[in-house]
Design a protein. Structure first.
Lengths: 176, 176
DNA sequence: TAGAACATGTAACGGGTTACATGATTTG
DNA sequence: CAAATCATGTAACCCGTTACATGTTCTA
């Protein structure tokens, strides 16, 4: 048994269950499907694909147009994925720079802090709008994938909670 | 001008504004004050202190009991911190392994997924209870630090949103 | 006096991020 | 034909995490 997969590599294997894909496509798929709660870069994708190919979990196919290099999952890859997803998922990590800024807010002029907050609030409003649009589209097209709806609903709940927090801030903070 | 501080190092400088502290105390303070939205380990603390001492942002004092090594912030350190906190904070990153598991839920027997979910739900209930207790204590002791209340309120809102999501899951997911 | 808690640190690894370099194909 | 987009990759750095090693002081 080889050493355990990391979640990023495992996710790529997850996507490859649908059929062979190139690094570019995998990166794009990951961005749209899991990007809201699991970030990864193209660089990582190519690195993980290379290392999984070494380990026999994926196999490179013939290069196509634009030097496009498709990878297919192998039997060993399926086994490794199955092992990975059967393990207790770890708890989430959140790294929220804005909260650090708030936490050390006494070191900042109130207007400056307020400017940061309103910029971030706007960004979260946009993210919420994006999620709502996604949900509308999913509902309209009818073919509701329950698992995707579940993660989308998390995004909606999260963004609403964040916006609610922004709204309460003036009462909570000095000089609000 | 030296290269920009990372948020972890900057936070240590933030704490050192209250007076000299040892690595141990800084790690403990960080865990309680910003630990809910910014994780760091003791290892990092000692590494950042060493590198900030090299850069002249902190100064090691005389060793005390138990080989305790206090660090004090320097004028350059205050300047670096001021510069750091005046910059637009980046957007948050969330890495939520459970959502990956849900996202790839079709590859898992429903009972297994349900077990993961209920374990995580329990953990979040406990975190919410912890935050509520913190708030009670803060309110009882009267001396409400608005900035701390603001970050605590975020934690409360986040955990409530997560629990709400868990509650809606059965309706969203296949075999719920 | 034994064990818990305090305290400091090093070494190594894994992986996330950024920057850079290169070329193919499509589209205006 | 120029610009945009698609596509692959390498190199280097930073930093988060884990494991290990060592010694001190308090307290039951």
């Amino acid at each position: 048994m080889t050493s355990a997969l990391n979640a990023t590599a495992a996710s790529l294997l997850g996507f490859l269950h649908h059929g062979p894909m190139s690094g570019w496509d995998l990166a794009a798929t990951a961005e749209t499907v899991i990007g809201d709660f699991w970030s990864l870069t193209r660089s990582q994708v190519y690195r993980e694909l290379a290392s999984m190919a070494d380990a026999g979990l994926v196999e490179a196919g013939e290069r196509g147009r634009r030097d496009r290099q498709p990878y297919a999952i192998t039997a060993a890859g399926r086994a490794a994925f199955a092992e990975w997803i059967d393990r207790e998922p770890g708890s989430e990590t959140i790294r929220f720079p804005l909260l650090l800024t708030v936490s050390f807010g006494r070191h900042l002029p109130p207007e400056r802090l307020a400017a940061f907050l309103s910029a971030h609030r706007a960004a979260h409003e946009q993210r919420l709008a994006g999620y709502e649009q996604q949900r509308s589209l999913a509902e309209a097209s009818g073919g509701a994938d329950g698992y995707a709806m579940a993660t989308l609903d998390f995004g909606l709940a999260y963004e609403r909670a964040v916006l609610g927090w922004f709204d309460r801030l003036p009462e909570l903070m000095p000089g609000g």
